[in-house]
Design a protein around this ligand. Structure first.
Ligand code: SF4
Length: 296
């Protein structure tokens, strides 16, 4: 999938309304605070910066709702996550029985693109993330126009002589601050954790639609797979041949080791990213403290 650097820079130069959508993993790639990174993107020419962690909150609640309606009620035996496009493609090709249980919930990138276009109908949306699999996903999404990797962003910053860590450490203030749960999506196990946290809100939402879930609801029993290596694939194929042997009902799969912090388009070591994540989380609200997760 060819790089879209030139397309993005051309649109910035034309002074179009180009909005950057940095993935949770992207916020951890530079030796700079999240505020400084956003300021650097504005200096580069983006008109706004909307963190994809905001859209992740919608993934969490929608996936929790889907789990409650379909798996907790026993309509289907399990569900598997959909936010890693490499996994979605792999399971459809190599484990099609499991593939039928891929969540139909959109990824954080999808919901963030939708939110940005709602606010700025003329926006050119640019997701900046950890891998080229996300570029393939972006092409299929109506509200995502371009996808760059962290590596590509670093090249652009260097060419423009912008060093994020020299920028002002000041919030842009154009959106709410993303939740801790959404900000952690880039690390294995955290998508499931966010879905578990979202269950009470999802349950209220279902009730508000006058839908009844019934009694004896099954709780989430997670299974985590990261990386999707040869051994994990062998296991998944066995489960594919006998769905009743799966020892859980929510399979979270992230193809890269440790999750998106291990993505091939990143510029920082996963351990460095995880250490940076620990420093930003205390400054962010909890999912359940946010009243309006459906808006930026
Ligand atoms: S886990 Fe890896 S392949 Fe999957 S979305 Fe994240 S970086 Fe991309």
């Amino acid at each position: 999938m060819p790089s879209q650097i030139v397309d993005v820079l051309r649109k910035i130069r034309q002074k179009l309304n180009v909005v950057a959508m940095p993935a949770p993993s992207l916020m951890l790639q530079f030796d700079a605070t999240t505020n400084q990174l956003k300021q650097a993107l504005i200096k580069l020419g983006f008109s706004d910066v909307v963190e994809v962690a905001l859209g992740a909150d919608l993934t969490s609640i929608n996936e929790a709702e889907e789990f409650l309606e379909n798996v907790a009620t026993g309509k289907q035996p399990l569900m598997t996550t959909s936010c890693c496009p490499a996994w979605v493609r792999a399971v459809s090709l190599h484990a099609p029985n499991l593939g039928t249980y891929v969540s139909s919930t959109g990824s954080p990138m999808k919901y963030t693109g939708d939110l940005v276009k709602q606010r700025y109908p003329d926006a050119i949306t640019v997701f900046i993330g950890p891998c080229t699999a996300k570029r393939t996903e972006g092409i299929s999404l109506e509200n995502v126009d371009h996808v760059l990797t962290a590596e590509e962003l670093l090249c652009i910053f260097q060419a423009a002589e912008i060093d994020p860590k020299t920028m002002l450490d000041e919030e842009l203030g154009t959106t709410r601050i993303p939740s801790q749960e959404g900000s952690q999506y880039c690390q294995t196990q955290n998508v499931t954790q966010a879905v578990i946290v979202a269950v009470p809100k999802a349950s209220e939402r279902i009730k508000s639609k006058s839908q009844e879930l019934g009694e004896d609801l099954k709780e989430i029993q997670p299974i985590f797979i990261s990386p999707l290596d040869k051994r994990a694939f062998k296991q998944l194929r066995q489960w594919n041949d006998d769905i009743s042997s799966v020892p859980g009902n929510l399979i979270e799969v992230m193809c890269c080791d440790g999750g998106c912090v291990g993505g091939s388009g990143n510029i920082s070591a996963p351990q460095t990213s995880v250490a940076r994540l620990k420093t930003i989380l205390p400054k962010r609200p909890l999912f359940n403290d946010i009243e309006d997760i459906e808006n930026l």
